[in-house]
Design a protein around this ligand. Structure first.
Ligand code: AMP
Length: 213
């Protein structure tokens, strides 16, 4: 099963992708997490990505596409994967389609998680992330068992620089301009399934599982 998660930043793509990855036993691939890992490790890719990420902008397509196509060529992706944060532009979607077409493969479903802009800002200011394993939490809606500590790996949680209020508005603008057109793109291919993302994470997850059936 090959799944794409669409939705504004903070809509809950990462949380749902994690749950789906466990359910279907396929990898959850987050381009944002791959960039953050490279920044932490001080690689050339990380250095290039950081300047865009810190400004709430997208990393250029050529960098992102090459990185993602390499990742999905790895052995653990043989039975499928969940893409979280990719594609974010029409050229990214077209490059992915081209690469899959060549192998006689296709995306099975594109899950769009819908949350109004007004809710996004409130959600993102409360978001906390694990710098070690990438798990995400929310100080109100999705608390870790122990405050400030990651349930999965025990690391201390942080607020990502790009989740700060000033960057969130820029990220939302970027989303509407460059990423939202993908909704029509996948709808035209009859693989779009939209879900109301304003509900609690487990309710959204149940609706997605029902929808996938
Ligand atoms: P995310 O964790 O998915 O919210 O991504 C954080 C940041 O990483 C984004 O705001 C972008 O700067 C960058 N990024 C992640 N995925 C992509 C992508 N597919 N294309 C371009 N930039 C991306």
């Amino acid at each position: 099963m090959k799944i794409i998660m669409l939705g504004a930043p903070g809509a809950g793509k990462g949380t749902q992708a994690d749950l789906l990855a466990k359910e279907f036993r396929i990898p959850h691939i987050s381009t944002g997490d791959i960039f953050r890992k490279n920044i932490k490790e001080g690689t050339e890719l990380g250095r290039r990505a950081k300047e865009y990420m810190d400004g709430g902008q997208l990393v250029p397509d050529e960098v992102t596409i090459a990185m993602l196509l390499d990742r999905i060529a790895e052995a653990d992706c043989a039975d499928g994967y969940i893409l979280d944060g990719f594609p974010r532009t029409i050229p990214q979607a077209e490059s992915l389609k081209e690469a899959l077409d060549k192998k006689g493969e296709a995306i099975d479903v594109c899950i769009d998680i819908e949350v109004p802009d007004e809710d996004i800002a409130a959600r993102m200011s409360g978001r906390r992330s694990c710098p070690k394993c990438g798990a995400t939490y929310h100080i109100q809606f999705n608390r870790p068992k122990e405050e400030g500590i990651c349930d999965s790996c025990g690391a201390e949680l942080i607020q990502r620089a790009d989740d700060k209020a000033e960057t969130v508005m820029k990220r939302l603008e970027t989303y509407h301009e460059l990423t939202q057109p993908l909704i029509d793109y996948y709808s035209a291919q009859n693989i779009l399934a939209a879900f109301d993302g304003t509900r609690k994470p487990d309710e959204v997850f149940r609706a997605i599982l029902e929808g996938l059936k």
